[in-house]
Design a protein around this ligand. Structure first.
Ligand SMILES: [Zn+2]
Length: 124
């Protein structure tokens, strides 16, 4: 087994060993992350929702009216499929709640939900 794996990497062994997944990397706050700075209030934002785990803000460069970013309050890498099941579930429940708020406030029938995680490396 390789011993040189680092946090937040996985390694597909080319031997007969199984894949090795390491614990998902989480830090409380990354001082170089713009979303962490928004969560901490160091950068102003227009908040539309907040709970103990998530903050939802209007996107400063929306491609549609009401485009909202749901951010984890702690810093996680942005690939949502690497989140632990509990946080992933809470993330979707928060997004569902926020979607219904947007439906109501913008008087729309549906709000699209996208978890692409590109651009800023912070779960959103
Ligand atoms: Zn961050």
């Amino acid at each position: 087994m390789r011993q040189d794996l680092t946090v937040n990497q996985f390694y597909f062994s080319n031997s007969t060993e199984n894949k090795i997944y390491l614990p998902y990397f989480k830090i409380m706050s990354n001082p170089n992350c713009i979303f962490c700075k928004i969560v901490k209030g160091e950068i102003p934002s227009y908040k539309i929702y907040e709970d103990e785990n998530f903050l939802a803000i209007l996107d400063v460069f929306p491609n549609t009216r009401g485009m909202t970013l749901v951010l984890t309050k702690e810093h996680y890498d942005s690939y949502a499929s690497d989140l632990n099941d509990e946080l992933y579930s809470k993330f979707f429940l928060a997004a569902k709640h926020i979607s219904k708020l947007i439906d109501e406030k913008l008087n729309v029938k549906r709000t699209a939900l996208v978890m692409e995680g590109m651009g800023i490396n912070h779960a959103h």
